[in-house]
Write a protein that binds this ligand. Structure first.
Ligand code: AMP
Length: 364
């Protein structure tokens, strides 16, 4: 096997997208001696705030993307809805990792489900609802009607109980391409985050146990207190996905664990994931550092849990409680520097790390 080409510290990483995932990637990259250049359409970027530079440009501005790409050594993206054409435009100049295929799959729920099936990854029963005929034929009730594109954190979806509510929901969602997914009676939700390097080596972070509120991730607890067999299946699905995508970078797979222990994939994201934020404070390598290692051709880092932990998202006004978290010795506070705390907006997170049993109180 030939040695993969290393992009050494001192090089510049381009990041498409300017939110908190880009911000935490830039912080991890800086620690390893890399510079980051962030590209996003917004006037202000919280990733740009902590990076070596910020380029404001639209995702359909191929000239601006080309100029950006020429200034960096490798490019990644921090959200899966970056237009495919933007990635293709960058690829003409520099490697983009994880590339086009992962976003092509992740941007469309039906395509994603079909891809899971090719890899032997189970999902809830579902039916496409793309037109009147498919609407009439859909039977997965009670269920959740989800738009195929641009749904996240519970947006672009509606719970439906019967034909009347299904038809009303499809109208409300703008008669767009949807899938009707059978409602899963799950015991819990978990996620696997897998890194795959340029040489094909893979590492799966310990499976996180996730709790959602109003469709938004609320907490992630690690280690997940679940049967070894369940954890092994979740990890196997994550690894199969990273391999199947021929990925260089990170992919997160969110899954349901049903009452009888069956693991069903919900959705994937080919980027760092909210359910992996605990890794910054309680894992030998953070997900953000692992992404940098993967895309720069460096060896992947160890993924051992260093302390049992629980990550809690700070949504909207919850972030104003920062003084309370600073006073808690078990809390590791992360604020994203967003200007306004709109309801539902992820403003930061806090990871509660269980103190080591042997740790002594300092007297100095
Ligand atoms: P999603 O936008 O698909 O990630 O869904 C957001 C959240 O809604 C999930 O994390 C679940 O808590 C819930 N959910 C989504 N799909 C289903 C389903 N088929 N059955 C039960 N709950 C679901």
């Amino acid at each position: 096997m030939s040695t993969p080409q290393i992009i050494p510290p001192g090089s510049t990483i381009g990041i498409l997208g300017g939110g908190q995932l880009g911000r935490m990637t830039a912080l991890a990259a800086a620690r390893l001696g890399y510079r980051c250049l962030v590209y996003a359409p917004d006037e202000h970027s919280i990733a740009g705030d902590v990076a070596a530079g910020y380029v404001r440009g639209d995702y359909d501005d191929t000239d601006a993307l080309a100029r950006f790409a020429r200034r960096v050594d490798v490019i990644t993206y921090e959200f899966e809805n970056v237009p495919e054409a933007a990635v293709v435009a960058c690829l003409e100049h520099k490697p983009v990792r994880p590339g086009v295929t992962p976003i092509h799959v992740a941007q469309h729920r039906l395509r994603e489900k079909q891809f899971f099936a090719t890899l032997g990854i189970g999902t809830a029963d579902y039916q496409p609802v793309r037109n009147e005929a498919e609407l009439a034929a859909a039977t997965a009730l009670p269920g959740i009607l989800k738009t195929c594109r641009e749904g996240y954190d519970g947006k672009g979806q509606a719970r439906v109980h019967d034909r009347a509510s299904l038809e009303a929901a499809w109208e409300r969602l703008g008669r767009r391409e949807c899938i009707l997914e059978a409602l899963v009676d799950f015991r819990c939700e978990v996620s696997a985050i897998v890194a795959r390097g340029l040489d094909g080596a893979m590492r799966c972070f310990p499976i996180g146990l996730n709790d959602h509120r109003d469709g938004i991730l609320h907490t992630t607890t690690v280690p997940a207190d679940l049967a070894a067999e369940t954890l092994a299946t979740a990890e196997r699905f994550g690894l199969a996905l990273a391999q199947g995508l021929d990925l260089v970078g990170l992919v997160a797979l969110e899954m349901f664990v049903t009452q009888d222990g069956t693991v069903l994939a919900n959705e994937m994201a080919p980027r760092p994931h909210n359910s992996g934020h605990w890794t910054i404070d309680a894992c030998a390598t953070s997900q953000f550092e692992q992404l940098v290692r993967a895309i720069c051709g460096l060896p992947l880092g160890p993924v051992d849990v260093t302390a049992p932990s629980r990550m809690e998202n700070l949504i909207g006004e919850e972030a104003t409680d920062w003084l309370r978290y600073l006073a808690d010795p078990s809390a590791r506070l992360h604020l994203y520097g967003k200007a306004s705390a709109r309801p539902g907006r992820k403003m930061g997170h806090v990871t509660f790390v269980q103190p080591a049993a042997s740790s002594r109180r300092s007297t100095t």
